[in-house]
Design a protein around this ligand. Structure first.
Ligand code: IMP
Length: 209
């Protein structure tokens, strides 16, 4: 299969998640790419109707590429907990949805982390707490061509949450080989070992080399 290179210039980040956009901007910084977020372009957020990370990433990348006429990079990611059969998985963001977040509908990550912890607690004190984050990065071009990459980071879940950095489930995730959670690590350290960085290394080797 012939891979397509990404030329210097504009690239849409097909995400409305500020944490992801910030991390992807940092990862793209060395490559002569001008990132613009889907939010800045006023592109609508497509519904994530896929049943896999890859399907959702492709859906978001295609929607932004079609809507902007530019290549677009989408990230679909989530937390998979071994003892919960891989849940929350593709529903990682959905577990945070609430009607009562700061006065209206929104995503409450502390509630979501509590839900995961509650389900682990139901399994007893010796439940397997291992988990991994997975990240699919998909690039779509306006002519329909796509490139797709998968990254993972293994770790375990801790309770209570610790740390104020990062986003999402970072305060309960301790990557393998460390004692700090992702939310306690300097962002540069997280970027060096995260699922997003793993997928990004593969993307760089394929589309930038
Ligand atoms: P989606 O890909 O927009 O469906 O959302 C995936 C969700 O997984 C995010 O909203 C986060 O809550 C969670 N997630 C993905 N990557 C990370 C990460 O690096 N740290 C913490 N949570 C993450």
């Amino acid at each position: 299969m012939t891979h397509r290179k990404l030329q210097p210039g504009k690239l849409v980040i097909a995400s409305h998640n500020a944490g992801k956009v910030r991390e992807i901007r940092a990862l793209l910084a060395p490559f002569g790419i001008e990132p613009i977020s889907a939010g800045e372009l006023g592109l609508p957020e497509p519904e994530e109707t896929g049943t896999s990370f890859a399907e959702n990433a492709l859906l978001k990348a295609h929607a932004s590429a079609q809507g902007s006429g530019l290549p677009a990079l989408a990230d679909d990611s989530g937390l998979c907990v071994a003892a919960l059969g891989g849940a929350p998985g593709v529903y990682t963001a959905d577990w945070a949805e609430t009607q009562q977040f700061e006065g209206g509908p929104g995503r409450d990550w502390y509630m979501a982390m509590g839900k995961v912890e509650g389900k682990l607690a139901e399994l007893g004190t010796d439940a397997d707490r291992s988990a991994y984050f997975v990240c699919i990065l998909a690039i779509a071009w306006p002519d329909g061509h796509t490139e797709i990459f998968e990254g993972r980071v293994q770790g375990s879940l801790t309770w209570p949450p610790r740390g104020l950095l990062g986003f999402g489930y970072d305060p309960v995730f301790v990557p393998e080989g460390r004692s700090e959670t992702f939310a306690e690590l300097d962002p540069a350290e997280k970027h060096a070992m995260s699922h997003r960085a793993d997928a990004f290394r593969q993307l760089v080797a394929t589309v930038f080399s």
